[in-house]
Design a protein around this ligand. Structure first.
Ligand code: G4P
Length: 286
């Protein structure tokens, strides 16, 4: 899904989330484990206004487990509980309800003390497009309910999905916009497939990706594309292009005249990265 975000859309999206916040006790902030900061809404703290929050690092199956652990520690230092999950396979999804209840346990204790029978803890998922909100909602519901094409502005009758006996989830997640100002953020969002149609070309995104991989995942890069060596001076753009040419040649992506087709090579690099073919890779570390 692609949303062209304009100031009007952002205002509307924000207003919709603020309406939903009135109905719920806990927010589930969904981030992409491979790029937690880049997949985060820049105004999230301001929008959530101190609601108890669980951070979920989704697509953890594609991310580097060591880097993901560092992110969990990063969020913990900032007072936020973060849980890596995989909404597609359902890995760690069962852990969400107890973590949410834990965040709300003081309020529940107060209710019990006052003699009030505590109702189910109510939660809302929020996140930028493509981070996995629908996939997670469907998994928690045990059926397909959230339309993947949901857009801000489309309000449906909202329903509660039961998560175990003491938790309920609002079935329409809150859609937030990503950061726009920082070009590297755009590159990371595009590299992971969060932004489909971008203002950036595939070769620019692949160039950014290859440079990052050559710096941080040299072994995986060399193994995937059967390369004997990687240049050491990665600050020289020509060296990065040379790596891309080697990859193109290995894959037989040759134009007439014997030159490597860099556009097609770039597509291959990005497709393989997104599908996890190069192994588990994170494009951002704390
Ligand atoms: P959204 O509602 O937040 O917009 O995201 P959605 O659930 O539609 O998920 C976007 C894509 O991410 C989907 O791929 C979905 O399968 C994938 N995805 C969601 N959670 C996970 C996860 O934990 N691990 C992995 N590996 N993938 C996940 P898709 O339908 O194939 O769409 P696309 O790849 O064409 O974008």
């Amino acid at each position: 899904m692609t949303i062209q975000w304009f100031p009007g859309h952002m205002t509307k999206a924000r207003r919709q989330i603020e309406e939903k916040l009135k109905l719920i006790d806990v927010v589930i902030e969904l981030l992409d484990a491979r790029i937690p900061m880049s997949s985060r809404n820049p105004m999230i703290d301001e929008i959530l206004k101190g609601k108890p929050r669980l951070v979920l690092l989704n697509k953890a199956d594609l991310a580097d487990p060591g880097v993901t652990a560092a992110w969990v520690a990063y969020f913990k230092e900032r007072g936020l509980d973060a849980l890596p999950i995989d909404a597609v396979s359902g890995n760690q999804v069962r852990e969400i309800a107890p973590r949410c209840k834990e965040l709300f346990k003081d309020k529940i204790a107060t209710q019990i003390r006052k003699g009030i029978n505590p109702r189910a803890v109510r939660a809302l998922i929020v996140g930028i497009p493509n981070v996995g909100k629908s996939t997670l909602t469907n998994r928690l519901a045990g059926k397909k309910i959230a339309a993947t094409g949901d857009r801000p502005g489309v309000t449906k009758g909202q329903q509660w999905i039961k998560m175990g006996t003491e938790m309920e989830l609002l079935d329409t997640p809150g859609i937030l916009w990503p950061k726009f100002e920082d070009q590297n953020v755009g590159m990371r969002l595009a590299a992971t497939g969060a932004i489909k149609e971008v203002l950036l070309n595939a070769d620019e995104i692949a160039f950014f990706t290859i440079r990052y991989l050559a710096e941080h995942y040299k072994g995986q890069l060399m193994e995937r594309f059967n390369m004997e060596s990687i240049p050491t001076d990665l600050s020289d753009p020509n060296e990065i292009v040379k790596i891309m040419e080697v990859i193109g040649r290995k894959r037989g992506i040759i134009q007439s005249g014997g030159r490597v087709d860099l556009d097609k090579t770039s597509m291959v690099i990005l497709r393989e990265l997104r599908a996890g073919k190069m192994g588990r890779i994170s494009l951002e570390a704390p």
